[in-house]
Design a binder for this molecule. Structure first.
Ligand SMILES: *[C@@H]1O[C@H](CO)[C@@H](O)[C@H](O)[C@H]1NC(C)=O
Ligand SMILES: *[C@@H]1O[C@H](CO)[C@@H](O)[C@H](O)[C@H]1NC(C)=O
Ligand SMILES: *[C@@H]1O[C@H](CO)[C@@H](O)[C@H](O)[C@H]1NC(C)=O
Length: 356
């Protein structure tokens, strides 16, 4: 462990030397037609809420983070992989006129250890359906080969059955952002690129340059928000001298940083170029902060407790879901408004909808 820590510091020093020289310049925010600041400040609250460990409160949208700009959200599916400690929900946001999916980031005891491990993630998996596209198997499998994928797809199908053809917005912070990206790409294949939007916060790199261009072709409506010196978007490392071989972010980054004039500090939101690796955005500074990773738009990200994977569930909740042999489960429900409608409108037959 000591040796690894030392190597990491060395690597960080190299990366820092490699990225200085450009200096830290203040740039005016470039307006982009597609980036929507208001939407970002709403989605970040979903990405924050999915960390909550009390599943009853999350399911009924009464948790302490289930308020503010996300008030009135209806969770339709809550998916929990107990072994891998993964958590996500699917629901409908009336005000956004959209299905919202949020993935929780890592819940390891030490975020520091999790971040250090990111240095060593290999591009070891060929992304199916695209030549030369490589990703990290762990990020991909966390979405595709756990209960996550089937649970999410069930939830989205059900939402579309009930509400018709809503667009889908996928979000997540940190490792949850990585899963959100794989989910968005999967959904774009199923529902078409136009109907899927992805917005991630403090997301690590997940694949190489070939994957990045494949991704952005299929999910063009994607924003990857980064914050100041947040370490995670700098990882796994990008080596600009080996562009074919290394990890490469997909576009489009939006970098949040502070500009201070005396006592006044402004947060600037910079829309970055279409390369995915804009040297004038987060790459223009060293990624050395964990606290910048844990706060986006002033919203607290990360766990609500310092404990590792913890699941709090009232026994009555179990009646909403099925638990598989490994203890993983997906809880499903119909929105309360819909149930109300069912009850008050005679003649409507809802036996086609699954209610656990
Ligand atoms: C930005 O998103 C908000 C929330 O969805 C929406 O009300 C607003 O109309 C959007 N603005 C633009 C310019 O699309
Ligand atoms: C992704 O998951 C689906 C089932 O959910 C499976 O059919 C497919 O083979 C998986 N893809 C890979 C590359 O593992
Ligand atoms: C609802 O539909 C199912 C099959 O589609 C049928 O068996 C059932 O009798 C129907 N119930 C009512 C109340 O119409």
């Amino acid at each position: 462990m000591e040796r690894r820590r030392w190597l990491m510091l060395l690597l960080m020093a190299c990366l820092f030397v490699g990225s200085t020289g450009r200096g830290f310049r203040i740039k005016h925010t470039v307006e982009s037609a597609a980036y929507n600041h208001t939407l970002a400040t709403i989605l970040v609250e979903y990405a924050s809420a999915v960390y909550m460990s009390d599943l009853t409160e999350l399911f009924t949208w009464t948790c302490s983070r289930c308020d503010g700009l996300t008030k009135g959200f209806e969770v339709l599916e809550l998916v929990v992989d107990v072994q891998s400690c993964l958590q996500a929900f699917v629901g409908v946001a009336d005000d956004l006129d959209a299905i919202v999916i949020a993935f929780r980031g890592t819940q390891e005891t030490s975020i520091q250890n999790w971040i250090e491990d990111l240095f060593w993630k290999q591009l070891d998996f060929d992304y199916p359906g695209c030549t030369d596209a490589k990703v990290h198997h762990g990020f991909f499998n966390a979405y595709n080969n756990t209960i996550m994928r089937s649970g999410i797809l069930d939830g989205v199908n059900r939402a579309k059955e009930i509400y018709g053809d809503l667009k889908v917005m996928v979000t997540g912070h940190s490792m949850g952002g990585a899963m959100a990206a794989f989910c968005g790409l999967d959904l774009a294949h199923i529902y078409g690129s136009k109907n899927v939007q992805v917005m991630t916060f403090g997301q690590p790199r997940i694949g190489n340059a070939a994957f990045a261009s494949y991704y952005s072709e299929h999910v063009p409506n994607t924003f990857r928000v980064t914050h100041e010196h947040d370490m995670v978007p700098h990882l796994p490392p990008y080596y600009r001298y080996f562009p074919e071989k290394t990890y490469h972010h997909f576009p489009r980054e939006v970098w949040l940083y502070n500009v201070g004039f005396g006592f006044l500090i402004y947060e600037v939101e910079k829309i970055c170029d279409g390369s995915g690796e804009d040297p004038e955005c987060s790459r223009s500074v060293s990624g050395n902060s964990i606290s910048d990773h844990l706060s986006y738009f002033g919203v607290e990200m990360g766990c609500d407790t310092s404990s590792k994977c913890r699941i709090v569930m009232a026994p009555t909740l179990a009646s909403y879901g099925n638990v598989d042999n490994n203890g993983n489960f997906a809880l499903s429900r119909l929105p309360s408004k819909f149930i109300l409608k069912m009850k008050t409108e005679p003649g409507v037959n809802n036996t086609n909808h699954r209610v656990y």
